[in-house]
Design a protein around this ligand. Structure first.
Ligand code: SAM
Length: 325
């Protein structure tokens, strides 16, 4: 592969991705990336703004004709990102819906704010321990020792607005599926023959039938269902699982990995299988702690990654060195 100068199946760069300068035109088979969402997550400087459109133009340049891309996004800013992707030359093909149940709502008690604004002291009605999270069937370890006072609104207007808040519990993340247009004059088969790109790897990303599952359609495929555009963290109580289910996000895949937006490796495996074939090369311009790369090596793909922060780059380096391929 022209982009890899070493014998390793990966090349990673501790530099800004803008320009993708080490990469040649028309050489990469797929793009999978989890870029900054532009929502200042946990006040991280690198998440303050969405990536500049230039990186998507750069990606179109290095991707092969018909290559697919998967770009993580946020509910609040996906519309801007989609416009940037489209204006850079990508075709928007779909939006995958990654549903999970452990998102925390960001809200405020508006009724107590009204009391404060009116200069009326809210009533103290008890104490509580701050909840760190939720666990089915027993939550002891999820409470902090930090006792807090519990308030209720006291003003007339505050009482009227009791329970009013500002937002819903976030329960999904959109993942935008894009494609570089197929070369003019070629059909899909001709494009696959010429470049190896242009088709999704439906076969490898099929969802196996659950054990004991009954009727599955007129002509069931032996390897399972075609992967849907819904991915979940928890199974529905419908007796069998029609969609790909990913276990909940673990903050630390290994002790040394403290990247704040680490993605579950099972999810990355599913995405890598969907948009690439064995021995192909996948690019992640915002690799963070290298989850896309770990998944690529595990699944016999090659990987090219960029990460600006030295600290995260070194975590990626260590994870990739530790990954058997
Ligand atoms: C959302 S995180 C990716 C996390 C990754 N999915 C993981 O599992 O570890 C985005 C990363 O992009 C990096 N980043 C931001 N701007 C960059 C740039 N111009 N070039 C390369 N990396 C950049 C940030 O430092 C951050 O680690």
């Amino acid at each position: 592969m022209s982009n890899l100068t070493t014998s390793k199946p990966y090349a990673i760069f501790n530099q800004s991705c803008y320009g993708l300068s080490p990469l040649s035109e028309n050489t990469v088979d797929a793009l999978i990336t989890d870029p900054p969402y532009g929502i200042s997550y946990q006040n991280h400087e690198w998440d303050k703004a969405l990536p500049q459109r230039q990186i998507w133009e750069d990606s179109v340049r290095v991707l092969k004709s018909g290559a697919f891309g998967l770009v993580f996004s946020s509910v609040r800013l996906m519309h801007r990102l989609m416009v940037d992707l489209e204006d850079s030359g990508f075709i928007i093909k779909d939006v995958l819906f990654w549903a999970y149940l452990n998102g925390m709502p960001k809200s405020r008690d508006v009724a107590l704010d009204i009391d404060k604004e009116l200069g009326i002291e809210s009533r103290v009605v008890g104490k509580y321990n701050y909840v760190q999270g939720y666990k089915k069937g027993g939550a002891e370890n999820y409470y902090s020792d930090n006792e807090k006072l519990k308030y209720e609104p006291n003003s007339e207007l505050g009482i009227q607005y009791k329970g009013a808040g500002l937002g819903l519990k976030p329960a999904y993340e959109p993942i935008i599926l894009v494609q570089k247009p197929i070369e003019k004059g070629l059909n899909v088969a001709q494009n696959v023959i010429k470049y190896g790109t242009g088709a999704l790897n439906i076969e490898q990303s099929r969802i196996p039938y659950a054990k004991g599952e009954g009727k599955v359609g007129h002509n069931p495929h032996p390897n399972g269902r075609v992967s849907a555009n819904i991915i979940r963290t928890d199974e529905l109580d419908d007796g069998y699982d029609k969609f790909f289910a990913v276990p909940k996000v673990r903050q630390k895949a290994e002790d040394f990995n403290h990247h704040p937006t680490l993605k579950p490796i099972e999810l990355m495996h599913h995405l890598v299988k969907l948009v690439s074939f064995e021995n192909q090369t996948v690019l992640d311009p915002f690799m963070g702690s290298g989850s896309t790369g770990v998944s690529c090596l595990t699944l016999k793909r090659k990987f090219i990654g960029f990460e600006l922060e030295k600290e995260y780059f070194e975590i990626s380096q260590r994870r990739l060195e530790n990954t058997k391929n």
